[in-house]
Ligand binder design. Structure first.
Ligand code: HAM
Length: 417
């Protein structure tokens, strides 16, 4: 037998309603917040991710599925959603239309990671990217979209927030961090030695216990914010307070991708139920469009891993209900199959979720199956019923059974389903 590749998951039929629920919540959000859907290819030129996510990021360094295609081009399976959307924004001149442009996507992402609960090599993200606005309102709205999404699925994660500041604040902070870590570098891990030269901020993300304890005493990025950045961060916090949004200021939060500019955030499962505690993340990335050759366009967005979220929901004992049910099961035992086919089609044409026998089962087995399907009504068609012109219809909840013509059944169902 050939098994599924390591770190990937089938979406099994028993779980498909959960994905449908996610899509429905996204669909409703897109209506309420005027988000337009975008889909970009599953693979892009490798260079796009190197230039977007950053050469010092774990994604580019260790996790990309990269290969040469038959034409010798270096291709990479999409490790995250933002880069492709920004490429498309520039390539298709989407910034020439009226801004802001508020986009969303649900996309598979591929990262060669060490698989564990909630961490896969193929996962799917619901992502949202807002182009053209750099305002308190756009920051707040981005967070509200994500929180509304979580709420639609019955959860309320805490937001961890940080503010990396403008280029000057960041440069000042990097200098300070360098001063702090230089005398301690010998005790730090090999990766941090590289980070020291390539992107020192990433040290704050290090998982090694020794580095973590060294960095616990490091200066905070928020200590280096200029007046303008400081005011921006304070106003953001005030807005969250006014909405009663639960947040924690996490001065070590720098995010694993290079493109973030000032406001960054993660949606956190405080209980660490899955070990992986980020249920979603994002931030502002005001320089990315211009750094890829587009007109300067401020942008903010987030990505939420769907598999991790569903696992989290399950582990919390939150039940997502399958809201689809079979309205009518047509149980039949007759040689007049055309009569049955036509009636089943008429029911479906009238909009009723209808199932019928495809297996030539006995009446008893068909009723058992209808029960398993949780059908609301069962209509029985045998030769006697066809002759009489009246079919028997049973309410599966009350057990009540009556005989009616086809027209009466249609009318009855339209009132009772
Ligand atoms: P990210 O933090 O790399 O950000 O991923 C976003 C979310 O995707 C994570 O918080 C997690 O829920 C999920 N995720 C990431 N990796 C895995 C994995 N291996 N297995 C399962 N779930 C995973 C981004 O990707 C950015 N593009 C987010 C963004 C959008 N920032 C601005 N716009």
């Amino acid at each position: 037998m050939i098994n599924i590749p390591k770190g990937t998951k089938d979406m099994l039929p028993k779980d498909s309603f959960k994905w449908r629920k996610v899509r429905n919540v996204v669909d409703e959000l897109s209506r309420k917040y005027n988000l337009k859907e975008i889909a970009t290819p599953g693979f892009e030129s490798t260079e796009l991710f190197v230039r977007t996510d950053g050469e010092s990021s774990d994604i580019v360094n260790k996790e990309m599925y990269t290969f040469l295609d038959k034409g010798g081009r270096s291709i990479t399976l999409k490790p995250e959603g933002t880069a492709g959307v920004v490429r498309s924004f520039i390539e298709n001149g989407l910034g020439n239309d009226v801004l802001p442009l508020k986009l969303f996507y649900i996309t598979p992402c591929y990262r060669y990671e060490k698989p564990q609960a909630g961490r896969l090599r193929e996962h799917h993200q619901f992502g949202c990217e807002i182009f053209g606005a750099n305002s308190l309102a756009s920051d707040v709205e981005t967070i509200l979209i994500a929180l509304d999404f979580y709420k639609g699925l019955g959860i309320e994660p805490t937001i961890h927030i940080n503010f990396l500041g403008c280029d000057e604040c960041k440069a000042k902070y990097k200098e300070l961090l360098k001063e702090y870590t230089t005398p301690k570098l010998d005790d730090m891990c090999e990766d941090c030695h590289k980070r020291y030269d390539t992107n020192i901020l990433r040290m704050l993300d290090c998982k090694s216990t020794e580095c973590k304890s060294i960095l616990a005493g490091a200066p905070k990025v928020t200590e280096c914010l200029c007046e303008e950045c400081s005011t921006k961060f304070e106003n953001l916090k005030k807005s969250f307070d006014s909405f009663n949004i639960k947040y924690v200021v996490d001065s070590k939060l720098v995010r694993g991708l290079d493109y973030y500019t000032d406001f960054v955030f993660e949606f956190i499962d405080e209980d660490k139920t899955l070990g992986q505690n980020a249920l979603g993340a994002g931030g502002r990335y005001d320089n990315l469009v211009s750094s890829l050759g587009g007109k300067p366009t401020p942008t903010i967005g987030f990505g939420i891993g769907i598999e991790r979220l569903l696992l989290y929901i399950e582990s919390k004992g939150i039940e997502l209900k399958d809201d689809r049910q079979i309205d009518v099961y047509v149980a039949s035992l007759t040689n007049d199959v055309q009569y049955v086919f036509k009636f089943v089609k008429a029911l479906r044409d009238a909009g009723f979720a209808t199932e019928s026998d495809l297996m030539n089962r006995s009446f008893k087995a068909q009723f058992k199956y209808a029960d398993k399907l949780n059908a609301k009504f069962v209509v029985t068609i045998g030769d006697d019923e066809i002759k009489e012109g009246k079919l028997s219809i049973k309410n599966m909840q009350t057990g009540e059974q009556v005989k009616m013509t086809q027209e009466e059944i249609m009318e009855f169902l339209s009132k009772n389903v």
